[in-house]
Design a binder for this molecule. Structure first.
Ligand code: UGA
Length: 436
């Protein structure tokens, strides 16, 4: 099928390449010149395992083209996927959906009454209905608009797109449903992936509900960590024990400095804002508490550092990790950056290391000192904070670091406690009483 994918950020670029991998003919639309040129030359503008190779592959097979704007070729596409960002509005909890409205304005002149527009962006429930009204007013006919949320995770994005655990589509007519069934046929034929058809509002809600549930799970275990820290209990063991109950499940119960990234934090806030607008704010007001727990865990690291070192002024602290999670170079709402910034605000001289995301650190946190070489970064440090659980840190030989004080705060419960302790380190872990 011929399709357009509009907006080639994380979601769009992955979707466009995945669709081309499945055999579709893809027109990728991206107004950002730098991003566009990078993709067109086969260079992924962000780190995502496997996607880089797949991009080169589909370019070579001529299954994908990249353009800054629509042109006559867009008329030939049967489906148009909207993948633009819906960031948090500055100074508000609300999601900014304006890019979606601009995207349909640019697309409308190229649509005919049979074209199907499919939203993939994460949106507040009710957005699709407003968008359809706008689209109809632009096209002058009753347009087909469907919603098809995306559940990919950074780090496994291509795999999640090609072999999703479910496909959810929100439609209000058979024509849209058939078009979406056709486009995903290469997946559903082979993988027997569950294909859920819902009304449009439900499909919008599925995505924010899923992310809210995940955020709640993480904050729940982090709340338990607060209790464990004052009662002598061990949150890692606790998570293992409750996770063995299938109804609870062991995933997303890793306690530490909490969730970040471009999705979970903004999605729970956007959800609260939309619920308020709908007059049912109290239904999800608990998400505000989840957000608070998440922030408190970051601050806890600074409290531990102060309790161990006293006044932090001019003390060198090494923060291991900048990305919001391993195998990613994404710094958006990164707990690691937040912790490093708070340490710096408390007067510490913060040196930060990350295997992949270091380049962009000065843009988002100019008060931190990035250092590429881990051993150099550690020289003279009075404390080390593990903030992102990269494999390289988990496998690190504690003896290689040239610190002046052997104190490590494990913000992700990722280190081998015995290994560090037997090398003479004092290890303080969030939600556990492991230090001697
Ligand atoms: C998240 C969801 O997991 C995806 O299903 C969704 O499609 C995506 O958002 C999105 O909305 O686009 P992602 O942001 O890539 O994916 O990252 P996650 O793997 O969910 O991790 C989010 C944060 O939670 C990270 O900072 C991670 O370190 C933290 N986390 C995760 C914990 O603190 N504890 C855990 O047990 C798991």
């Amino acid at each position: 099928m011929k399709i357009t994918v509009i907006g080639l950020g994380y979601l769009g670029a992955t979707h466009a390449v995945a669709m081309a991998e499945l055999g579709h003919q893809v027109i990728g639309i991206e107004p950002n010149k730098q991003r566009l040129e990078s993709l067109a030359s086969g260079e992924l503008p962000f780190h995502e395992p496997g996607l880089d190779k797949a991009l080169v592959d589909v370019i070579e097979k001529q299954r994908i083209v990249f353009k800054a704007d629509h042109d006559e070729e867009s008329r030939e596409a049967e489906l148009h996927f909207l993948c633009v960002g819906t960031p948090q509005k500055p100074g508000s909890n609300e999601a900014d959906t304006s890019y979606l409205f601009s995207a349909v304005e640019a697309l409308a002149p190229y649509l005919d009454p049979q074209s199907v527009v499919v939203g993939k962006s994460t949106v507040p429930v009710g957005t699709a209905s407003e968008l359809k009204q706008h689209l109809d007013s632009l096209t002058g006919f009753d347009s087909y608009l469907a919603w098809n949320p995306e559940f990919l995770r950074e780090g496994t994005a291509l795999e999640d797109s090609l072999r999703p655990d479910r496909i959810v589509i929100g439609v209000d007519n058979e024509h849209s449903e058939n078009a979406l069934r056709d486009v995903y046929k290469p997946i559903t034929d082979v993988e027997q992936t569950p294909f859920l058809v819902t009304d449009i509002a439900t499909s919008e809600l599925v995505k924010v509900a899923a992310n809210s549930f995940l955020a709640t799970k993480i904050s729940f275990i982090n709340a338990m960590a607060e209790i464990a820290e004052v009662s002598g209990a061990d949150t890692v063991k606790l998570a293992e024990a409750i996770g063995m109950d299938d109804r609870i499940g062991k995933l997303f119960l890793r306690n530490g400095i909490g969730f970040g990234g471009g999705c979970l934090p903004k999605d729970i806030r956007g959800f609260m804002a939309r619920a308020e607008q709908l007059g049912v704010g109290s239904a999800v007001s608990f998400l505000g508490e989840m957000d608070q727990i998440n922030q408190r865990r970051r601050a806890r690291v600074i409290d531990i550092a102060k309790s161990q070192l006293g006044d932090l002024t001019d003390k060198k602290v090494l923060v291991l990790g900048a990305a919001f999670k391993p195998d990613s170079d994404d710094l958006r709402d990164s707990p690691a950056i937040a912790v490093a910034n708070q340490l710096a605000l408390s007067g510490a001289n913060v040196v930060i290391h990350d295997p992949m995301a270091l380049e962009r650190v000065p843009e988002v946190a100019p008060n931190l000192t990035p250092e590429k070489d881990l051993v150099t970064a550690s020289e003279g440090a009075e404390a080390v904070v593990l903030a992102t659980e990269w494999r390289e840190y988990k496998q690190l030989d504690p003896n290689t670091l040239k610190v002046s004080k052997k104190l490590i705060i494990d913000g992700r419960n990722a280190l081998d406690v015995e290994n560090w302790q037997s090398a003479g380190w004092k290890l303080v872990a969030l939600g556990r009483n492991v230090h001697q």
